[in-house]
Design a protein around this ligand. Structure first.
Ligand SMILES: NC(=O)c1ccc[n+]([C@@H]2O[C@H](COP(=O)([O-])OP(=O)(O)OC[C@H]3O[C@@H](n4cnc5c(N)ncnc54)[C@H](OP(=O)(O)O)[C@@H]3O)[C@@H](O)[C@H]2O)c1
Length: 344
């Protein structure tokens, strides 16, 4: 009988690296393989890449086939990219190697609308190979979809849901600060967004569609507006760069959905340097009305690492197929010793 949950990390970037570090702190869970294509990382011990004082004995490999052959891991923690068409082959490969997949790919969090065909393919593959696949993270995956849905549980009727995430991007990882445009001129920002050189936040429509699916709503319109830059009025120092007045501090992204001609879901994602009051707020108009505000907001990177790790037991014990966070048992933290989840 296995006495540890064994996992492979697929993508040892900032998020994958922080997930690896957090897993190394836990008991009853072990990393038995790491896949990454970055030439700076390949061939090196994972401990060296993570800046740990000791080697871990796990060498980063760009040969995924070999990693799957040499590891008895039950699940893959997948953290390479945001877009499903880009990661489809990676997910497929994990499924064909009969491993469960917990991915931070935003478009996998609710892929049925934007990528209907790919979602069907993943679901069929997962069922055929007897594994479970889920896309998760702090957002999409939790704050703007799963959490609002859970909050509707005591409502007899829900008329509308508005979620606002207000965060100081300067407290987030460098790749995040880059993708919200920190330090660019407004013209560069618009060009970079247009040419997809920076992504802004990915996943607002996935969150909207997950909420609608959870509530059984048939939407007649969903729309995500192009992200708007937030401009500095005074100089602000960030871990990425010094942002001069007139340059971009970050962005504001809005998406909404209508049903029977009326706006029923609206999501406001605001992430820029210099935000003084951080919060996550959910306003549900219904019977009863519900107003929840998380003061200080949830730290996005810590939150993503935690949600991803905490989803591992839900996934390895789920039935085969493609799932979203609303289909798994209620999300929750896990104890330091993960052995409690190993089925005897
Ligand atoms: N759902 C959520 O709430 C949430 C939250 C945080 C992050 N995310 C997403 O999670 C992903 C990872 O974030 P991050 O900040 O850690 O990004 P990152 O630092 O760029 O890390 C990605 C890593 O994966 C590697 N990689 C790329 N393609 C690969 C492939 N085909 N095979 C193996 N390795 C590959 C990259 O190598 P190279 O650098 O050489 O390309 C890099 O080392 C991003 O898409 C991010 O948007 C989602």
């Amino acid at each position: 009988m296995e006495d540890k949950i064994k996992v492979i990390i697929y993508g040892l970037g900032v998020i994958g690296g922080n997930i690896a570090k957090a897993i190394l702190e836990k008991k009853g869970i072990e990393i038995t393989g790491v896949i990454d294509i970055d030439p700076q990382k390949v061939g090196k011990d994972m401990g060296e890449i993570l800046g740990l004082p000791e080697k871990t004995g796990v060498i980063v490999s760009n040969n995924s086939k070999e990693v799957f052959e040499n590891s008895s891991a039950i699940a893959v923690i997948h953290t390479t990219s945001s877009y499903l068409p880009q990661v489809f082959e990676q997910i497929k490969e994990c499924i064909e190697a009969r491993r469960n997949v917990i991915s931070t790919c935003e478009e996998l969090s609710f892929p049925y609308k934007r990528h209907t065909e790919l979602a069907d393919k993943i679901d069929t593959l997962a069922r055929n190979y007897g594994v479970t696949v889920v896309g998760t993270g702090i957002n999409p995956g939790y704050l703007m979809d799963t959490l609002p849905l859970v909050l509707t549980a005591p409502c007899l009727d829900v008329k509308s849901i508005k979620v606002t995430r207000m965060m100081n991007s300067a407290k987030r990882r460098i790749p995040f600060q880059k993708k919200v445009g920190t330090g660019l001129t407004p013209e560069e920002f618009r060009k970079c967004i247009e040419e997809k050189r920076i992504t802004g936040h990915v996943g607002l429509l996935e969150s909207i569609n997950m909420i609608a699916s959870g509530l059984g709503w048939e939407l007649d319109e969903t729309k995500e507006l192009p992200p708007e830059p937030v401009i500095a009025e005074k100089e602000i120092e960030t871990p990425l760069c010094k942002v001069e007045p007139g340059k971009v501090l970050g962005l504001k992204s809005i998406a909404f959905a209508k049903m029977n001609g009326k706006e029923v879901i609206s999501l406001n994602f605001i992430a820029h340097a210099g935000v003084e009051e951080e919060y996550d707020e959910i306003i549900i108009e219904g019977n009863p009305n519900i107003h929840q505000k998380i003061l200080g907001g949830v730290h996005g990177d810590i939150g993503t690492v935690a949600v991803t790790i905490n989803t591992i037991p839900k996934v390895i014990n789920a039935s085969p197929g493609l799932f979203t966070m609303k289909d798994l048992p209620v999300p929750s933290a896990t104890p330091m010793d993960m052995r409690v989840y190993i089925k005897k």
